[in-house]
Ligand binder design. Structure first.
Ligand SMILES: Nc1nc2c(ncn2[C@@H]2O[C@H](COP(=O)(O)OP(=O)(O)OP(=O)(O)O)[C@@H](O)[C@H]2O)c(=O)[nH]1
Ligand SMILES: [Mg+2]
Length: 350
């Protein structure tokens, strides 16, 4: 009897120990792998929303101009009255640092010397910059001759922001009620057409693309045919970033243009895209392109970054081609119609 009791006690004890160990092992499992229920919380986390330009709370142009505005801090600190030599030195240094360029700086300093600064040096600099920007028509033409489809052609060297600008503009034109088709004329890399396809998907634009290495002219030609057949309102043609020193590449660009301008198409805007962060280099690139393509407007990108906004003034004054749009970020809403008054205010105003 006693032996039977002892045996039962030993069995019960053994069973209890096994159950406890199993529970402990089970209890450790969640530490190694968190319960699945926790995962959707991470997956559905909303990305931080980017401010839209038409948001009242969105940061103003001055904030978006990044380092460009900072360059003018020293000018803002100058007083009113006669302009001393020391003040002129500060203005000269600031204008050169802001990428206005030597020619424009010299002209602006001569103006300042002649007229003084009754309302303060900052205000005089602002007026001089504004005058240098002129009053060109900055609108984008979007109407072609009867029976033809308007084409916007985008040109510029590698990485300046052509494809991104097309995406941003497609969004804007589609929001305005236009039926837009994109032509992936950059056939040098398959990734270029992929990038444009992403923008087409994002914005709801139609797209024509071809295999890597295909003739860019034939892509544009196909896009025009499709636009005419389907009644699209606007064709936006991307091109490969080109090395402007190579005559062959500029010839290629001229060929694309001829195709785009043949019926049923009509090139109504050739937009040269320039990267503001490259400063005076952007200016020399522009001069090369102007000689080869019939440029109707300039898109100056990346003004939000390390750019020095004065390059807008240099480009406008020295090339005489209107800066029509400026890029202030990588997002779809980060493209602004260039407004010279708002721009000089944002750069110089206190
Ligand atoms: N910060 C900033 N980045 C920009 C802006 N515009 C374009 N970018 C970025 O610049 C890089 C190059 O832009 P793309 O649109 O690919 O330039 P691309 O001219 O088409 O270049 P290629 O196809 O190589 O000739 C991308 O990372 C863009 O997101 C802008 O206004 N601000
Ligand atoms: Mg591109």
């Amino acid at each position: 009897m006693t032996l039977a009791l002892i045996i039962i006690a030993v069995v019960v004890l053994a069973l209890a120990t096994t159950v406890t160990l199993r529970r402990r092992r089970r209890a450790r499992v969640p530490l190694a792998a968190p319960p699945r229920a926790a995962m959707p919380e991470i997956l559905v986390e909303e990305p931080e929303e980017r401010p839209r330009l038409d948001d009242v709370d969105a940061p103003g142009l001055a904030t978006r101009l990044g380092s460009s505005r900072g360059v003018f801090d020293r000018v803002r600190a100058l007083g009113a009255g006669d302009v001393s030599d020391e003040q002129l030195d500060v203005v000269e240094e600031v204008l050169l640092r802001s990428d206005v360029g030597v020619a424009t700086t010299t002209a602006l300093l001569a103006d300042l010397r002649a007229s003084g600064a009754p309302h303060g040096v900052a205000s005089a600099v602002k007026a001089a910059l504004r005058a240098a920007l002129g009053d060109a028509d900055r609108g984008l033409r979007d109407v072609a001759d009867e029976g033809r489809v308007p084409v916007w052609l985008f040109v510029g060297v590698n990485g300046v922001g052509k494809t991104t600008t097309i995406g941003k503009l497609a969004q804007r034109e589609i929001a305005a009620g236009k039926n837009v088709i994109l032509a992936a004329g950059d056939t040098f890399r398959a990734a270029a057409a992929d990038q444009l396809t992403l923008w087409a998907e994002r914005t709801g634009a139609d797209i024509v693309r071809a295999a890597e290495g295909a003739d860019p002219g034939s892509v544009v030609h196909d896009a025009l045919g499709r636009a005419a057949a389907k009644g699209h309102d606007l064709v936006m043609a991307d091109t490969a970033g080109r090395r402007v020193t190579s005559t062959n590449l500029l010839d290629e660009l001229a060929k694309i243009r001829r195709v785009a301008d043949r019926e049923p198409g009509q090139v109504v805007e050739t937009l040269l895209v320039l990267d503001a962060t490259t400063g005076q280099n952007a200016l020399s690139q522009a001069q090369e392109f102007l000689a080869a393509a019939d440029v109707t407007g300039i898109v100056l990108t990346k003004l939000d970054g390390t750019a020095r906004g004065g390059i807008v003034v240099a480009i406008q004054r020295e090339l005489g081609i209107p800066v029509k749009l400026v890029g202030v970020g990588e997002g779809v809403d980060d493209l602004i119609v260039f407004d010279p008054d708002a721009f000089v205010d944002a750069l110089v105003e206190a």
